[in-house]
Design a protein around this ligand. Sequence first.
Ligand SMILES: [Mg+2]
Length: 278
Amino acid sequence: MEVFDFSKIKSIFLDMDGVLWNGKNPIGNTRDIFTKLDQADIFPVFITNNSTRTPESYQEKMAGFGVKIKPDQVITPAVAASYLFKKNYSKDVRIYVFGSQALKDYLKREGFTLSDEKADIVLVSLDQEMTYQKVATAMHLINEGAIFYATNRDHILASENGWLPGGGVMVSAVETCTQKKPIVIGKPQPYMIEIAMEKFGLDKSEVVAVGDRYDTDIIGGINAGCHTVMVLSGVDTKESVSSFQKQPTLICKDLEEFAEILIRQKNNLDPINRTDKL
Ligand SMILES: [Mg+2]
């Protein structure tokens, strides 16, 4: 099987849930994978639609798997929202967050004013303490003219106990009662990938977006003009994506297999035989 030449790649933009771990369980030997990537001079950036955790908490989680990263290598919808709001609104903009405490804390730390009255922006995200009242507040504010943003539309998310409802559930609730569509910040929109490329001075030809989910990670990568690798360690399967016209650049069993291909190509080693691996 002919494999795309990834030897010019400088950075991999990694989705996390379903790529690095499922819930609390790591996928493969995380420490070994990142040591090898580092030796091959591949810079990892972490891009997730999950807005319930801060970049620092991902740094801690990776440290738990024996991998040292910096918080600024992590792009969450909270990071991207802050970037977009600073770019597009004055700094006294008022935001109502229907989402996690981590998202609220992050935006507060970035200097934004959070309020459930007279808000200019309503930002909807995964909220594990969703209530009828929060949906009603979002509805009233949007009906009064606030701009409706959503971190993502993920319908489900992985946990160590199986699938759970995703942030798309909260977004749909607000959409249903307002009859308005949100501006979506997370994947498959290209914003987080574009922000990461700008931040680290990378060209799209030097980046591979890696993810387990076709409708967000792979389409997000394609929308940003990057190469894409789909791993089969999470949501999607070879069968679930086979009928789509736009295909990922490569499909791998897991991140470990892709890292191996990448490193061998960068070091001009013989390719591994993948036929029995997929
Ligand atoms: Mg994922």
